[in-house]
Unconditional design. Structure first.
Length: 765
C-alpha cells in the first residue's frame, strides 16, 4: 500500500523529487568526473614512476665524479645512484629551433626513459638518439629518421632509435611559451660517448632513497665534502610538479562543485518534505489510527529522499566516469601531459560519498518530518489550526504603505517561507558565481595575453641564438637590426646565504640591457624598470621566501659554487617566467660572462634567418598564435561552467516557484475569484523569483573573482595569472541569471490558467 502511495506522491510532486534526483546526479557527476581523472592520473603516475625507477633526489654541481656517486651510494637509505649530464640545446631551423634538453649518460639505472616506440634506451649506443615522443609526434618524426640538435657548441646529428617519455617532463613548456606547445620543447637522450673527450663530464647525481631525500642533505654534504651546488627533491622538478598541482586542483574542484549541488539538494529536500508532510497531515493521522507504527510511516516518507538521491548518485557516478572523466583524461592526459596508460579511474570514495549524500538527504528529510509525526493521531485527523496572522518584519519599513499590492504580497510570503527564500537566494548566488567564473576565465586569458605580448614583451620580433653564438656576433646582429640582447639561465634562489634545500627555489634568471623591450611589471602590473645594483624578484617566489623590497636575496647558477647576494629593488610579476631579472652591467660585475640567448627588436628581423649562430626568428604574430592555440582548453571550461550554472539556476528557481505555487494555490484561486487575471498572478511568482535572483546576483558577484583567482593560484608557483573580469562580464552573467528567472516564471503560465477555483475553494471549507 505504502509503495503505491509513494509512487502516487512522487508523481504528484514530480518536479521537486526530480530536482533532488538531478542535484544528486550532478553532485556525483562533478565529483566522479574530476576524481576519475585524479584517480586514473595518480595510478598511471605511480606505475610510470615505478617502471622508470624515477629519482627521489637530484644533486647538482660541476664536474661530478664517479667517486662522488659511489660515496652517495654508500649512505644509509640511499638505493640507486647514477651520474648524468644535462644541457639545454636547440633543434635545427626545420624544427623551429625548439628547446631540447639533452641528457648524456653512460648508464641507465635511475629515471630510465620509458619507450613509446622503437628500441629501449642504450647508453652504449653512440649512433642513436632517443627523442621525446610528443615532440616527434608534432613534427612527424619517426624511428629511423635523422635528428640534429645544437648543444655545447656543436651540432649532433643521430638516427632516432626510440621515442620516449620520462616523469621529469610529464609537463613540458618552452621558456618562450606561456603554455604547452610541443612544437617548441623536447628532450633527447644520448650516449656520453657522443661528446668529445674534453666535454665528457657530469653535472648531476640522481638517486632513489627511502623517505625524504632532503633529510639526507647533511650526510650527502659530508660524503661530497660540500662540493655540490644544491639538492632538490621531486617538488623542485617543474615538469613533474605542475601535474601534481593540476591533479590537486581537480581534486579540490570535485569537492567544491559537488558540495554546492548537495547544499542546494538539502534545501530542496527540507522545503519539499515539510510541505508534503504538512499537506498529508490527515493521511498520517489516519494511518496512525489504523495502527501503523510511527517508525513505518517515517520510513515511508524517508523513502522519497532515499529513492531520489540513490538513483541520482548511481546515474552521476556512471556519467562522471564515462563522460566528464573520459573527456578530462583525453584532454589532460592526451593533450597537455605525458603519462602512459592514463585512463579514467574510480575507487570506493565515490561509493562512500554517495552513501554520505544519501545519508545527509535522509537525515534532512527526517528532521523535516519528525515534528508532525509526533502529533497525536486524534489531533492529526483534524486540519491544522490556521496560523495566527502576524506582522512581518517588512511592515515596519517606513515606506511600507507606499508599496504596491504585488510588492507587499510577496514580502509577506517571503517572511512566511524563509527556507524557500534562502534556497532561491543561495541557488542564484552559486549560479552567478559559476557563471562569472566561466566567463571571467575568458577575460583573464585576454588580459594575460595583452599583458604578456603588449606590456612585458615590448617588441615585434624574437631572434633565438645558438649556444655557441659569441657576444661579438650577437652585438653585430644588434647593430644591424637594433633591439635588446637578453640572456636566460636556470638558477636557485634563497633568503639566506647558507640555505638548506627546503628553503631553495629553482627558477630562472633574466639578464637584460635595460632598454625596456623585455620589460618587468610590478605587483600592480604597472610596467617598472630595473634599478642599477638591484634585482627584481617575482612575486610568488618573494612571498614564498618572505622577502620584500630592500631585503637581500641569494642566488646561484646551476653550475655555480657560491651564492650571490643581491638587493631586491622590485617585486615583479610575469605570467610564466619566475625568478630574478637584473641588468647586464650588474651581472657582469659579479664576474659572469654575458651570453645572450636572444635578441628582441621592434624591427623586422627576418633577414637574420639562415645564419649559423641563429636558431630561429619568431614574429609576434607567431607567438600569439601559439598562445591562442594553447588556450583552447578555456573553451571547455566556459562551456562547462555555463552548463552547470544554467542547470543550477533552472532547478533552484523552478523548484522555488513550484513550491510557492503549491503553497499558495488557494490564495491564487481566491485572487482569481476576486477578478485577478492569470497574467497578474504569474507576475506575482515572477516578481518574487526576480527579487530573489537580484539578491543572489548581488551576493554572488564578488565571489566570482575570488573563486577565479583561487583557481588560477592553484596552478602552482610557476604560473602567475592575475584574475581580471570586465564590468560588462558581470552584467552579462547577471542578465543571464535574470533571464532564466523570467523564463522560469513563464513555466507556470498554464498551471495558473488551469487552477480549479471551485475545487480549491471547496477544499478550504
Amino acid at each position: 500500500m505504502l509503495k503505491r502511495k509513494m509512487l502516487r506522491d512522487i508523481k504528484g510532486n514530480f518536479a521537486q523529487f526530480f530536482s533532488i534526483f538531478v542535484l544528486s546526479l550532478v553532485a556525483m557527476w562533478c565529483y566522479t568526473g574530476f576524481q576519475s581523472n585524479v584517480i586514473g592520473g595518480t595510478k598511471a603516475r605511480k606505475d610510470f614512476n615505478s617502471s622508470t625507477n624515477f629519482s627521489d633526489g637530484w644533486i647538482y654541481g660541476a664536474d661530478m665524479t664517479q667517486q662522488q656517486a659511489d660515496n652517495v651510494r654508500k649512505l644509509d637509505k640511499v638505493n640507486d645512484v647514477q651520474l648524468r649530464s644535462q644541457t639545454l640545446g636547440k633543434a635545427d631551423e626545420d624544427h623551429n629551433s625548439a628547446e631540447i634538453y639533452c641528457y648524456f649518460q653512460s648508464d641507465s639505472v635511475v629515471t630510465r626513459p620509458y619507450t613509446m616506440k622503437g628500441e629501449d634506451y642504450d647508453p652504449s649506443d653512440e649512433s642513436g638518439v632517443w627523442l621525446f615522443y610528443r615532440f616527434a609526434d608534432k613534427w612527424g618524426l619517426k624511428v629511423g629518421d635523422k635528428f640534429s640538435v645544437h648543444v655545447s657548441g656543436q651540432d649532433i646529428e643521430k638516427e632516432i632509435k626510440g621515442l620516449v617519455i620520462t616523469p621529469e617532463y610529464e609537463f613540458a613548456c618552452a621558456s618562450t611559451d606561456a603554455d604547452t606547445d610541443f612544437h617548441n620543447i623536447g628532450f633527447a637522450y644520448f650516449s656520453l660517448g657522443v661528446l668529445p673527450q674534453d666535454k665528457q663530464s657530469f653535472n648531476q647525481i640522481v638517486f632513489t632513497c627511502e623517505g625524504d631525500p632532503l633529510k639526507l642533505e647533511s650526510q650527502i654534504s659530508d660524503a661530497l665534502d660540500g662540493n655540490y651546488a644544491f639538492i632538490g627533491d621531486r617538488k623542485s622538478i617543474d615538469g613533474y610538479n605542475r601535474l601534481t598541482d593540476e591533479l590537486d586542483q581537480h581534486d579540490s574542484f570535485s569537492y567544491i562543485f559537488s558540495g554546492v549541488f548537495v547544499a542546494i539538494a538539502l534545501l530542496v529536500i527540507t522545503t519539499t518534505m515539510k510541505r508534503m508532510v504538512a499537506c498529508q497531515r490527515t493521511q498520517i493521522g489516519t494511518l496512525n489510527a489504523l495502527g501503523m507504527k510511527n517508525r513505518k510511516i517515517m520510513a515511508h516518507y524517508l523513502s522519497f529522499s532515499i529513492v531520489s538521491s540513490v538513483l541520482g548518485c548511481i546515474a552521476g557516478i556512471l556519467l562522471g566516469i564515462f563522460t566528464l572523466g573520459k573527456l578530462m583524461v583525453d584532454m589532460f592526459g592526451g593533450e597537455y601531459y605525458s603519462v602512459p596508460n592514463w585512463s579514467a579511474g574510480y575507487d570506493m570514495k565515490s561509493i562512500v560519498l554517495s552513501l554520505v549524500i544519501v545519508l545527509v538527504c535522509t537525515l534532512t528529510a527526517y528532521l523535516s518530518c519528525r515534528r508532525i509525526l509526533k502529533i497525536h493521531p486524534s489531533e492529526a485527523l483534524r486540519p491544522a489550526a490556521t496560523k495566527t496572522a502576524k506582522s512581518c518584519v517588512f511592515e515596519k519599513l517606513p515606506f511600507w504603505k507606499k508599496l504596491g499590492f504585488n510588492a507587499r504580497y510577496n514580502l509577506r510570503d517571503v517572511s512566511r517561507s524563509k527556507m524557500r527564500a534562502v534556497m532561491g537566494i543561495f541557488g542564484t548566488m552559486m549560479g552567478m558565481l559559476v557563471m562569472t567564473l566561466g566567463l571571467g576565465a575568458y577575460d583573464t586569458v585576454g588580459y594575460v595575453r595583452q599583458w604578456y605580448f603588449e606590456d612585458i614583451q615590448n617588441y615585434n620580433t624574437q631572434v633565438l641564438l645558438k649556444d655557441d653564438c659569441t657576444l661579438e656576433q650577437a652585438q653585430q646582429l644588434q647593430i644591424e637590426f637594433g633591439g635588446e640582447l637578453v640572456a636566460m639561465d636556470m638558477i636557485s634562489v634563497a633568503a639566506e646565504s647558507h640555505p638548506v634545500s627546503d628553503d631553495i627555489i629553482s627558477c630562472k634568471l633574466a639578464v637584460t640591457e635595460g632598454k625596456q623591450l623585455f620589460r618587468v611589471s610590478d605587483r600592480d602590473l604597472n610596467i617598472g624598470s630595473l634599478e642599477k645594483g638591484k634585482v627584481a624578484l617575482t612575486m610568488k617566489q618573494a612571498d614564498k621566501l618572505k622577502l620584500k623590497v630592500g631585503d637581500k636575496v641569494y642566488w646561484k647558477t646551476a653550475t655555480g659554487d657560491k651564492w650571490i647576494e643581491s638587493e631586491i629593488g622590485l617585486i615583479s610579476r610575469h605570467p610564466s617566467v619566475t625568478g630574478i631579472s637584473m641588468l647586464r652591467e650588474d651581472y657582469e660585475k659579479e664576474g659572469f660572462e654575458f651570453r645572450p640567448s636572444m635578441l628582441v627588436s621592434k624591427d623586422d628581423c627576418s633577414g637574420a634567418k639562415g645564419r649559423d649562430y641563429i636558431t630561429a626568428v619568431h614574429s609576434m604574430s607567431d607567438l600569439k598564435k601559439a598562445f591562442d592555440k594553447s588556450m583552447e582548453v578555456m573553451d571547455l571550461l566556459v562551456y562547462f561552467m555555463i552548463f552547470f550554472s544554467l542547470l543550477l539556476i533552472i532547478v533552484v528557481l523552478y523548484n522555488s516557484g513550484n513550491l510557492s505555487f503549491n503553497e499558495r494555490e488557494k490564495e491564487f484561486a481566491t485572487l482569481k475569484v476576486l477578478g485577478f487575471q492569470s497574467r497578474a498572478i504569474r507576475r506575482l511568482i515572477s516578481a518574487q523569483n526576480l527579487w530573489l535572483s537580484v539578491i543572489g546576483v548581488i551576493l554572488g558577484t564578488p565571489l566570482g573573482s575570488v573563486a577565479l583567482q583561487a583557481m588560477m593560484d592553484s596552478n602552482g608557483d610557476a604560473i602567475d595569472w592575475p584574475c581580471r573580469i570586465h564590468w560588462y562580464t558581470y552584467l552579462l552573467a547577471a542578465a543571464f541569471v535574470m533571464g532564466v528567472s523570467v523564463l522560469v516564471g513563464f513555466m507556470f503560465s498554464k498551471r495558473i490558467k488551469r487552477i480549479d477555483m471551485v475545487g480549491v475553494l471547496k477544499g478550504m471549507e
